[in-house]
Ligand binder design. Structure first.
Ligand code: NAD
Length: 335
């Protein structure tokens, strides 16, 4: 990694160390085997961001602050996404959330926000051609993911064919969402693994990652995975005016869309949604680590654009971690 000519040697050294450490943690995380908590990872990332804010010349394309996910493993075939998959910028307190909304409203005419839950699962990309599922892939580095079609076909809520009875299906549809293990499924799976003398998963996210990345789809088929979709990539033969309009269409086509998203007009209503699910974090029946707020109008989304790793028209509000130590696997995990 080059750059940072104006930074003192010890700062450049710390920068290189952080980049290496974060890359290693990312790789382990996307394989479903993290060794630090998300909060510890986020703290390393925040330190890296602080260094790069102070010495912008250290920012290279290769820095974890500029890229998405991690390189893919050799266990699955590589597939190029039709449109890049991105990450999300994070906010950890209301002030940061408000600052994001102020920036967005200053730059464009934002008249509504769509609030939804940030599901702690695995980002997956589905491609439907003439209404038929032809491919499913992990996010990978955002450009190239791993072909996990056979495993995703075992998820009951993912339709093999889109439903055209209410709305004509598009010729091509790339749809993104989160694959996860609901809490009850996670508990059943862990009991079963323990009965079989196998190592249980530390949390539902690792369980979902481990299950989706099984090389044998027959094993994946025994794992009660679920999916909720929350975005569209490439699309030919349909268009959407609003994020909420896209969700209505996806639902009509039989894709799993959450019932828990809300379209609101003001940032105060966004705050109320954030507060409600902070209080009711366990109600949805699956692990959430925050809320995602998106500008609803797609023409305004386009106007706001994206950075190299995340859209400017959306932000994640992360809840503080509820951390426990599990003696089971001797690592700290978020529950
Ligand atoms: P992220 O998980 O913070 O946010 C982006 C992702 O959120 C998207 O790719 C999408 O798949 C998902 N998402 C869930 N619900 C969504 C919704 N309703 N709408 C839109 N997107 C939704 O970002 P990331 O780049 O995947 O990962 C970074 C985070 O992962 C870190 O902040 C950290 O918490 C965790 N992480 C942990 C470790 C570790 O070792 N513990 C390592 C790497 C990353």
């Amino acid at each position: 990694r080059a750059g940072g000519g104006d930074a003192p040697a010890e700062v450049r050294e710390r920068h290189a160390e952080l980049c290496q450490e974060i890359d290693d943690h990312s790789y382990r995380y996307y394989m479903g085997r993290p060794i630090v908590s998300d909060a510890e990872y986020d703290e390393l990332m925040a330190e890296l961001e602080r260094l790069e804010d102070r010495y912008p010349s250290m920012i290279t394309q290769d820095s974890p602050t500029q890229k998405v996910g991690a390189p893919i493993s050799v266990d699955f075939a590589a597939v190029e996404h039709l449109e890049r998959m991105q990450s999300l910028d994070n906010s950890f307190d209301v002030e940061e959330l408000l600052a994001w909304a102020r920036r967005a409203e200053n730059e464009a005419a934002v008249d509504a926000y769509l609030c939804e839950l940030k599901i702690d699962g695995l980002a997956v990309d589905l491609v439907y051609e003439k209404g038929r599922l032809i491919r499913a892939a992990t996010r990978g580095d955002g450009r190239v993911g791993e072909d996990i079609t056979l495993n995703v076909r075992t998820i009951d809520t993912v339709p093999e064919h889109l439903d055209s009875s209410t709305r004509a299906v598009p010729d091509l549809l790339e749809v993104r969402g989160e694959v996860f293990l609901p809490w009850d499924a996670f508990e059943t799976l862990n009991t079963q693994l323990a009965d079989d003398g196998k190592q249980p998963f530390a949390n539902p996210r690792n369980g979902a990652a481990g299950s989706l990345r099984q090389k044998d789809p027959r094993i994946a088929a025994t794992r009660p995975l679920d999916m909720l979709v929350h975005g569209v990539g490439a699309c030919e033969g349909a268009s959407f005016t609003h994020q909420s309009h896209a969700y209505e269409s996806l639902r009509d086509w039989g894709l799993p869309v959450s019932d828990l998203y809300r379209v609101v007009r003001t940032i105060d209503e966004v705050r109320a949604y954030v507060d409600y699910y902070h209080e009711h974090r366990h109600d949805p029946g699956y692990e959430i680590d925050g809320v995602v707020v998106k500008v609803d109008d797609i023409s305004v989304q386009r106007r706001l654009g994206s950075t190299s790793r995340a859209p400017r028209w959306a932000i994640a509000y992360k809840y503080p971690p509820q951390e426990v130590t599990t003696t089971l696997l001797d690592i700290r995990v978020n529950v």
